[in-house]
Ligand binder design. Structure first.
Ligand SMILES: Cc1cc2nc3c(=O)[nH]c(=O)nc-3n(C[C@H](O)[C@H](O)[C@H](O)COP(=O)(O)O)c2cc1C
Length: 169
């Protein structure tokens, strides 16, 4: 995928809330404007990368892009699980991410336990991949320290800002 690493940011919106309640793996959802701006070569599936909320610390993340076949969603979503325990929800805050690499395609699973096991295996894989020098350097990227990552810009302009930032990488 020639668009990787892919930088984008947008406000955290509410999903169905199943991530926390059913899976024990909370996810932060991006608005449609960010989902609709994805380059054509970024296919649906599971990715790993770096993420930061507002102007907070940068953490490892895993992201699912698509229709969640286990739940048969009708709307495409981009859901980020940040590999860190947060004390509170951060709906409405600005989430900045860089998608670094692809792990696998989305699948339906015979049980919720199987889906949870697959996501936990993605998390372990992401941790290892992000420690590689070529991937860990992206944690320090200026994208995460630029002033716009905490300002209340509209998601569409955030997405287009990140498009221009990508070109600089
Ligand atoms: C790393 C990761 C991998 C995922 N893999 C799948 C998958 O293979 N199939 C699927 O149906 N959903 C997958 N999901 C999506 C979860 O089902 C979704 O995050 C959950 O339903 C919560 O969604 P909600 O926040 O909209 O409630 C994945 C999510 C993450 C973070």
């Amino acid at each position: 995928m020639k668009s990787l690493p892919y930088f984008c940011r947008g406000e955290v919106i509410r999903g169905f809330g199943r991530g926390s309640k059913e899976l024990g793996i909370p996810t932060a959802n991006f608005p449609d404007s960010v989902v609709d701006n994805l380059p054509a070569d970024i296919s649906t599936g599971i990715y790993y990368g770096w993420a930061c909320v507002g102007n907070g610390d940068v953490y490892k993340m895993v992201m699912s892009i698509g229709w969640n076949p286990y739940y048969k969603n009708t709307k495409k979503s981009m859901e980020t699980h940040i590999i860190h325990k947060f004390k509170e929800d951060f709906y409405g805050e600005m989430l900045s991410v860089v998608m670094v690499g692809y792990i696998r395609s989305e699948k339906s699973y015979p049980s919720l336990e199987d889906l949870i096991a697959a996501i936990n295996s993605d998390i372990e894989q992401a941790k290892v991949m992000l420690d590689l020098p070529e991937n860990s350097k992206l944690k320090e990227d200026n994208f995460f320290t630029s002033t716009s990552n905490s300002s209340p810009v509209s998601p569409s302009s955030a997405a287009s800002t990140s498009q221009s930032i990508i070109n600089g990488h």
